[in-house]
Write a protein that binds this ligand. Structure first.
Ligand code: ATP
Length: 428
């Protein structure tokens, strides 16, 4: 094994079915190439002899089924070889999903049940490797020519768009280990908070909306239907989190539930789903390579995701700073107290109404918030509409009644409705 934290090109020999686990150093990027043999990073094959550049702090693993030599140039925080990984069991899951896809493709597309490929949901506690397993399954499927749909229900650490959202996008090519998924118009719903407990009812409504929209799209697209979906979930699996997981399994009509690294969750799910023979609950071992992340690291990761949305992965995008009049926008928050006190019996306190659209006044309280731009053209469509993108409020001038905000360079405004949540960001 090459020594950690040394610089200069080092060669590492990977025996078959072994994995090289790397955390890139804090200050500079790491260059890596496949010298001999074959290897992959989270399901995506590494091209031979081509130097790949990994940004600081990124955590990943190079896995080889048949053996390989890898060359590295640069500092790492850690790098070591593991000869015990659950990768073979993950590959076996992929093989079973492939059979289901082939069967779905071969069946008559008129039969919506048998022409439906696997709808896989990945569940487990935080830091069990759910996002990583989801990406592997998607990349392996894309390598075989399928275009599976990636659904990300994790509002804490989104892989498709910024935190606070649930989203879906087709995956047409294996996922680039650095660049992530190329996005052409992902389907995004804005929840607006990074924990589901803020408004669990809203979370459920949005999950349902997303599932129904995908169902409609799949109805006319036998290719997507046969390829199926891989659904990544939140690491919150206790109490309300568990109920939300069951709700997601139902809403997406999942037929394969993969449970990573938790016996208890697996047996609970097997128990509640035992009357549904069409749903398989499969327990999988968690990889020892998954890096634990504390609250501070998660907060940082969220902040990076928002920065990446506006500035690009390598600071290569230039967001537009715009100035608009207050009157150009109408802002709403979702959830508040019941509409009218006067309608209540004397002395009764208004109850929370989680689905109420509450108009939001524009003032300096909005500074540093990230708002979503809704596709809705009428207020009553806001909850059920997906969003076009996000803006970041950098200044509010109450005297002049102007808002200054950042929008990505491709920013377009389909309407005037903006959704306000609690998602904030401080630049740098
Ligand atoms: P959460 O639900 O808490 O967001 P998760 O269960 O989805 O987390 P991942 O995001 O998949 O967990 O993994 C956590 C981190 O560990 C990621 O940075 C990922 O790149 C890294 N990681 C996962 N598997 C490996 C591995 N085998 N070797 C090295 N790093 C890994």
């Amino acid at each position: 094994v090459a020594s950690a934290s040394a610089s200069g090109v080092r060669q590492v020999k990977l025996d078959k079915q072994c994995e090289l686990r790397i955390v890139v150093g804090r200050e500079s990027s790491l260059r890596l190439r496949l010298h001999t043999g074959t290897a992959e990073i989270f399901g995506t094959e590494i091209p031979p002899e081509k130097w790949l550049t990994f940004p600081p702090r990124i955590k990943f693993a190079v896995f080889s089924i048949y053996g390989a030599t890898i060359e590295m140039d640069g500092f790492t925080e850690t790098d070591y070889i593991a000869d015990e990984t659950p990768m073979i069991s993950y590959i076996n899951v992929h093989a079973i999903l492939e059979e289901q896809r082939n069967r779905a493709q071969a069946s008559s597309s008129a039969d919506s049940n048998s022409s439906q490929g696997p709808r896989v949901i990945v569940a487990g506690p935080t830091d069990s490797g759910k996002s990583t397993l989801s990406k592997m399954l998607l990349s392996w499927a894309a390598k075989q020519g399928w275009k599976p749909t990636f659904v990300d229900l994790d509002i804490g650490q989104g892989s498709i768009t910024i935190p606070g959202c649930i989203a879906a996008t087709p995956v047409k090519v294996p996922i680039d280990p650095v660049e992530g998924i190329p996005l052409e118009m992902p389907l995004v719903y804005f929840y607006g908070h990074t924990t589901p407990s803020v408004n669990a009812n809203l979370y459920k409504v949005l999950v349902k909306e997303l599932a129904q929209t995908l169902d409609r799209q799949f109805a006319g697209n036998s290719e997507s239907r046969a390829a199926g979906m891989v659904i990544n979930t939140m690491g919150w699996i206790e109490g309300v989190g568990y109920k939300l997981l069951l709700h997601a399994i139902d809403s997406f009509k999942a037929n394969v539930v993969l449970v990573l690294g938790q016996e208890k969750l697996c047996s609970m799910l097997r128990n509640v789903l035992k009357n549904r023979p069409s749903v398989d609950v499969v327990k999988l071992e968690k990889s020892g390579g998954v890096v634990l992340r504390n609250a501070k690291v998660r907060q940082k990761a969220r902040s990076y995701r928002i920065k990446e949305y506006f500035y690009g992965l390598a600071n290569d995008l230039k967001p537009h700073s715009n100035v608009s009049k207050f009157s150009d926008f109408v802002l709403y928050r979702i959830g508040g107290l019941q509409a009218s006190r006067s309608a209540l019996p004397i002395g009764a306190k208004p109850a929370a109404d989680h689905m109420r659209l509450v108009p939001v006044n524009i003032n300096r309280d909005l500074l540093h918030l990230v708002l979503a731009v809704s596709f809705a053209t009428e207020p009553d469509q806001i909850i059920s509409s997906n969003v076009a993108g996000f803006i970041y409020i950098t200044d509010i001038n109450v005297q002049r009644k102007t808002i200054t905000y950042l929008a990505p360079s491709a920013g377009v405004f389909p309407g005037k409705y903006l959704i306000v949540g609690t998602l904030t960001w401080l630049e740098n």
